[in-house]
Ligand binder design. Structure first.
Ligand code: G3P
Ligand code: CA
Length: 227
């Protein structure tokens, strides 16, 4: 099994995170996919931005959910980029054959909208939905078992496999800061898909490949991939 290198928030360390420019950079470099974060606007559009608030990554301020799509689109998300919608991101990724998109739901409650958006672009086979809240993931599986989901975890639980099974998930996505080899082995032996965020050094990338991770996120894809 060959690990896929995934651009975290596009190419977060090299281009403004979660923008089309950053996502394009990661995919042009040859990443096997990208990871992105999703919030809802006031008028319930799916917006690709990491934080609940606009302050850190745009020239706006306050909560994403307090603004309409039209208002959010006027903001600068870095280097003149706008905050993309999920629809725009999926359209971009779709043009890169074989590439996948790891969609992290940051605002529970938008699951059905995410499913509809993925369906409308026929991107289900190339999408994995992730969330730190496992209730929404289970809801997705109850509704649409044909969608792939990964439970996000920070920490080292005693029962990682049970956690994923309880959410009817397909895999686990864990932080490089907290996992150990036994956890990874146990999950792989039980047939779970494994993702790690992030490998930002050549040493970590090699280690995570050897350990058998299916997806390895990175903030710096150009460290590992050259055009
Ligand atoms: O999806 C894995 C990782 O992106 C979760 O952490 O804070 O970067 O969204 P964060
Ligand atoms: Ca994320």
């Amino acid at each position: 099994m060959k690990s896929k290198i995934i651009g975290h928030r596009g190419a977060k360390g090299e281009s403004p995170e979660n923008t089309l420019k950053s996502i394009k950079r990661a995919l042009d470099l040859g990443c096997g996919g990208v990871e992105i974060d999703v919030h809802l606007s006031r008028d319930e559009h799916l917006m690709v931005i990491h934080d609940w608030t606009l302050d850190r990554t745009t020239n706006g301020e306050g909560k994403v959910k307090d603004y309409t799509l039209e208002e959010l689109k006027k903001l600068n998300a870095g280097e003149g980029e706008t905050i993309p919608t999920l629809n725009e991101v999926l359209n971009l990724v779709k043009g890169y054959k074989e590439s996948v998109v790891l969609i992290e739901i940051k605002a529970p409650g938008c699951e059905k909208r995410v499913i509809d958006c993925v369906d409308s672009l026929e991107m289900k086979e190339r999408s994995i939905i992730k969330c730190f809240h496992h209730g929404p993931l289970k809801m997705i599986k109850d509704l649409r078992p044909d969608f792939k989901t990964h439970c996000l975890l920070y920490g080292r639980p005693l029962n990682p496999v049970e956690i994923v099974k309880a959410a009817k998930g397909d895999g686990l996505s864990i932080s490089h800061e907290t996992f150990d080899k036994e956890l990874v082995l146990e999950c792989l032996n039980q047939g779970l898909e494994m993702t790690v965020w992030n490998a930002n050094t050549v040493e970590d990338m090699e280690l995570f490949k050897q350990m058998g991770f299916h997806y390895i996120c990175t903030d710096f894809p150009s460290l590992f991939l050259k055009k």
